[in-house]
Design a protein around this ligand. Structure first.
Ligand code: NA7
Length: 545
């Protein structure tokens, strides 16, 4: 593998037969298509959006950007691509990322095998022919032996289950469905529900422009400074010369980010020593303060409590009104036990006279009305409403497609309680269904995770084609063992004890009130070892026909 030259254009293959159907034209689906072509296979990508980009196509809300270093977050597979793309900022804004993904689609001529505006609603495995039959919204069908899901862990957005939601007469948008043409917020009375990573980016971006901003907060989150800035020409040259080292660094960490966990324990150090380190991390860009912290901060409750107390002090220093500061300090979970949002002036927003923080624990929302939101104490008049209310994470996108294996077995039913997978890439009873970033895979620096999984799946496909095999399924005992291993790896971790999309909790979705293990938390290094061993062992954990 490793062709990095643009492939010669050839006519679009719109009728099949195809070797594989890929669902989704985001970072994962684009790369998977490229890899299959290298194997000489024909694939068709079905994408609900009108173009490539996935997450970066849909999430156009104000302020959407990477929280990961741009130069560690693009594709790494093509040296030429790395050299011919200039990231303008250390943490790229959504329009630049979408421009990048369009550039990739052009460079590798990906669109000719993609069909846009095509949402997949169902997929059924036909046992007799060992093919998947995929149904699109509108009823069109397509068939292929392999079905590869590149759905994205955060593509099933969810609206809040608040009474009166449909009564609001002004414009209302979920952040993942922000209008392409943009929205004029100037001078408007804007309400936003949610205070996750998305809301934080939105709030800090729009607060200066709107007339009045009312933030409806149910659970505050810890957040740390992003420290974004433009990439200078000298830095650009250094980045381009250093890609090999950058990606090597990503391969050495359990999160695939460039930030390596500090080998020291906070509890072994004096308060001065550990706080000096925290100050340093706080002043540095990116996720270092989260995943490059002392090794006990995310695992030992006593160490986490120290970090939490320090981080609370930082908020108190930045927010003038002590009551507002207290409302912004999470009390139900320690620092870093949920995905840490990164911010640029977020806390200072609450010092502005036109910004009001409504703590829904003190004054719960009673209903959404035609003209705003009624809380238990008063009505908030609004011209426009933003739902930054998140996603039905990881399994949500799978639940939204009626996926049926042999005998009508439904994936949605199998995973009703909690998912069961082998390596997070296949499920028992669903032959030839290959999942990119399904549940139970290591997740951190997502493009790095995607490339590893796509490469591994492509290896499996190559193995099959070389041997004339047309059907693959994981052995039940392999699924059993992996699922147990996944649960063991998550047990006892501090963040496993906190509600979030990462633990599968979304109170807006029926049946998703209980925590589940949706990722592999043994770390990327162990994950790489595990999947590597399966390939090197000749895929003995699978049955083939
Ligand atoms: P998140 O992090 O899941 O945040 C969703 C926010 O919306 C969170 O503050 C929720 O509060 C809030 N929410 C959801 N439903 C309601 C209702 N019904 N009432 C009030 N508040 C509600 O999603 P994001 O889009 O911010 O980020 C997702 C990921 O994208 C992020 O982790 C990054 O990886 C990028 P809650 O915490 O549930 O009380």
């Amino acid at each position: 593998m490793g062709t990095t030259q643009p492939l010669a254009a050839h006519p679009a293959d719109t009728t099949g037969p195809w070797d594989a159907i890929i669902i989704g034209a985001g970072i994962a689906g684009m790369y998977q298509l490229h890899r299959l072509r290298e194997l000489g296979l024909r694939a068709r990508v079905f994408e609900a959006g009108s173009d490539v980009g996935g997450t970066w196509y849909w999430n156009r809300y104000p302020g959407a950007r990477f929280d990961s270093e741009s130069w560690s977050y693009g594709y790494s597979f093509s040296k030429e691509l790395l050299q011919d793309w200039d990231w303008p900022e250390h943490f790229a804004a959504q329009p630049d990322t979408l421009r990048y993904l369009n550039h990739v689609a052009d460079r590798f001529d990906l669109r000719r095998d993609m069909q846009f505006g095509s949402r997949v609603t169902a997929a059924t495995f036909d046992d007799a022919t060992a093919t998947w039959r995929v149904t699109l919204e509108g009823g069109t069908q397509a068939r292929a032996p392999l079905l590869i899901t590149a759905l994205g862990p955060l593509s099933a957005h969810t609206l809040p289950n608040i009474p009166g939601r449909d009564e609001f007469r002004g414009p209302a948008f979920h952040t993942a469905r922000w209008p392409r043409e943009g929205v004029d917020l100037r001078g408007k009375r804007v309400g936003i529900i949610g205070t996750g990573a998305t809301a934080i980016q939105t709030i800090q971006t729009i607060a200066g422009e709107v007339g009045q901003l009312t933030v409806f907060q149910r659970t505050p989150n810890w957040a740390a400074p992003l420290h974004n800035r433009r990439i200078t020409p000298e830095e650009q040259a250094r980045i381009k010369a250093g890609y090999k080292e950058i990606f090597a660094r990503c391969r050495q960490t359990d999160t695939c980010f460039i930030h390596q966990t500090d080998p020291r324990r906070a509890l072994d150090l004096s308060p001065e020593e550990r706080e000096a380190f925290w100050e340093k991390l706080h002043a540095e860009p990116g996720f270092g303060i989260w995943v490059g912290n002392f090794r006990d901060v995310l695992t030992d409750p006593a160490a986490n409590a120290l970090m939490t107390e320090w981080a609370a002090r930082k908020i108190r220093e930045r927010v003038r009104d002590p009551q507002v500061a207290e409302r912004l300090i999470p009390k139900d979970h320690g620092f870093g036990t949920r995905r840490l949002p990164l911010e640029s002036g977020y806390y200072e927003v609450y010092n502005q006279p036109n910004v009001l923080l409504v703590d829904l624990n003190e004054t719960p929302i009673e209903r959404i009305t035609a003209t705003g939101i009624r809380c238990s104490d008063r009505h908030h008049d609004l011209d426009l409403l933003i739902y930054a209310t998140g996603f039905d994470g990881v399994t949500g996108p799978y639940d939204r497609i009626d996926i049926r294996g042999p005998g009508g077995r439904r994936l949605r039913e199998d995973w009703r309680g909690t998912p069961r997978t082998f390596l997070g890439m296949m499920a028992e009873g669903f032959p030839n269904l290959l999942m990119i970033l399904g549940p139970h895979t290591a997740r951190g620096n997502i493009p790095r995770n995607i490339e590893e999984i796509v490469d591994w799946l492509s290896g499996l496909v190559r193995h099959m084609h070389a041997r004339g095999l047309h059907r693959v399924e994981p052995r039940p005992e392999a699924v059993e063992d992996w699922t147990r291993h996944v649960e063991e790896a998550a047990a006892g971790l501090l963040f496993s004890q906190v509600n979030s999309w990462q633990t599968g909790v979304n109170r807006n979705v029926e049946g998703r009130e209980v925590r589940r293990t949706l990722g592999y938390y043994g770390g990327a290094l162990r994950y790489r070892q595990e999947i590597g061993a399966v390939a090197e062992g000749g895929y003995r954990e699978f049955t083939f026909r």
